[in-house]
Write a protein that binds this ligand. Structure first.
Ligand code: SDX
Length: 451
């Protein structure tokens, strides 16, 4: 959370040395551990031993709730203040003034592009939107009702077999062309998976359309000669893509970094990110929100549902966040963008239930105490539904723009001299050194009915 120039300060202002004095009461020894950027290095605790055979102290942090895994200059979040900045630019300004491709350039190269750079970047992405015809036949092998996230996961992983040269991750030019291909082809693969579950023919990219408009064309074009995207929908989609582009070390980015740390190609690393995003606690939450709103069905049922949440029988999907303990700034912007979309598509009747649930949650002690506010997923699904998307496509809509964040984070990781293959330690709780038991001497034990 802190940056090189900032250090997090405890309750009092940092006045003394930037060190931690640790006394190991098992031995009475005292150690000085340096504090840098509001952190201490876990390896500095390995020196703390009870005897020479001792491995030394480790830190234990399941789910990394308080562990910085990397230095990063890409995205800054202040969870208490509800601040989100991409390369220092506030998300509110980027959503209002920028475009997704410009934001993708910013995340990946670190600066807003000049006109010449943006024209080059847009052209590069545009001319790489096609996928190999074999990918199409590969995707047609999926079940007719396959979940599109499963199709995206499989097809992005398969891209690594079409570009075997992508393994040369130390070569900057190689990294650049794979970056361009991933950004360009993700909407194509996403749209192909949508057309697949709709039982409609796949639509090829239209290189005369901008990034969001081309995606809408590949999704919705039917027999017309050329699909004409509604500029209001195109802009709303561009804003949604900007808002979903990156979010520092979230679950799926952590997956991309961890898998990428083995020096595998970026398609395989991004496929790992898609797999993580698929989960209902992460990107899958936007689908779970719609399913929740449909289950509540009408305003009269909200009170019972909210009681179910408080009793621990339900989870208020689209609420809560590991970092934001304030309103997710993206949720606020999406809620505003929804109005623009509803002007075109007509208001989504579930919006009324969603706003009523939000109102209750923002006033109810249970949620206030746990600092549970709407997150990016609470309102986005209402827009996707209004666009005529089935809920199975909602997380795909998250994966498309998050590709730029995953790539930016992957590039930062592969060029970070401090990084090496990710390999955490463990606290072993199992049996030790047991002799093998022959089959005849084994007894008891039911056939497992679960794992
Ligand atoms: C995304 O990390 C990112 O940046 C992710 C993301 C991104 O851009 O990449 O922002 C995108 O994934 C947004 C989050 C989408 N997920 C959901 O909306 C699913 C519902 N939310 C939760 O499951 C939960 O809030 C998480 C997973 C988002 C965060 O979980 P944490 O940080 O592990 O918090 P927790 O589960 O320890 O909860 C703390 C307390 C618990 O109560 P107690 O057991 O202490 O009494 O809050 C409760 C939880 O039970 N709680 C909820 C809740 N979320 C947390 N109770 C009801 N409804 C919820 N949504």
């Amino acid at each position: 959370m802190s940056t090189d120039t900032e250090t997090q300060q405890g309750n009092g202002a940092a006045t003394g040395d930037q060190t931690l004095t640790v006394t190991d009461n098992r031995t009475g020894k005292t150690y000085e551990v340096p504090i840098t950027d509001g952190t201490v290095r876990a390896m500095d605790f390995r020196q703390m031993k009870v005897d020479e055979d001792d491995f030394g102290l480790m830190t234990y942090d399941p789910a990394f709730t308080n562990t910085a895994s990397t230095r990063s200059a890409i995205t800054y979040i202040d969870g208490d203040k509800g601040i989100l900045e991409y390369r220092g630019y506030p998300i509110e300004q980027l959503a209002e003034k920028s475009s997704y491709l410009e934001v993708a350039y910013l995340l990946i190269f670190g600066e807003l592009p000049t006109r010449e750079q943006l024209d080059w970047w847009t052209n590069q992405i545009t001319v790489h939107t096609f996928v190999h015809e074999n990918i199409k036949s590969f995707m047609q092998g999926f079940r007719h009702d396959a979940h599109p996230m499963g199709m995206l996961l499989g097809s992005v992983g398969a891209l690594s077999t079409f570009y075997p040269g992508a393994k040369d991750i130390k070569d900057p030019e190689c990294r650049l062309i794979q970056t361009i291909r991933l950004l360009a082809k993700m909407p194509t693969l996403a749209a192909f998976s949508f057309r697949h579950i709709m039982g409609q023919p796949y639509v090829y990219p239209d290189n005369d359309l901008a990034y969001p408009g081309n995606f809408l064309s590949m999704m919705y074009k039917m027999t017309e000669v050329r699909y004409e995207p509604d500029p209001r929908l195109e802009r709303a989609l561009d804003i949604l893509f900007i808002l979903h582009a990156d979010h520092e070390q979230n679950c799926s980015t952590n997956a991309v970094r961890a898998v990428g740390s083995s020096q595998v190609d970026p398609y395989s690393a991004v496929a790992a990110g898609i797999a993580a995003l698929y989960g209902p606690l992460h990107g899958g939450a936007n689908q779970a929100v719609l399913e929740m709103l449909r289950r509540v069905g009408k305003k009269e049922n909200i009170a019972d549902f909210m009681q179910g949440v408080k009793d621990g029988n339900e989870r208020l999907m689209g609420f809560g966040h590991r970092v934001y303990k304030n309103y997710d700034p993206r949720a606020r912007i999406i809620k505003a963008a929804a109005e623009d979309v509803f002007e075109v598509t007509g208001k989504n009747p579930l919006l009324e239930i969603a706003t009523e649930m939000e109102k209750i949650a923002l006033e109810d002690d249970y949620f206030v105490q746990r600092k549970l506010y709407p997150n990016v997923d609470f309102y986005s699904g209402l827009i996707y539904e209004a666009l005529g998307l089935p809920v199975e496509m909602f997380t795909v809509m998250f994966a498309i723009p998050r590709t730029s964040g995953w790539i930016a984070q992957w590039l930062e990781m592969v060029t970070d001299k401090e990084q090496k293959i990710a390999r955490p330690r463990q606290i072993y709780t199992g049996d030790r050194t047991r002799d093998y038991v022959d089959m005849g001497s084994r007894s008891g034990g039911e056939i497992p009915s679960g794992a």
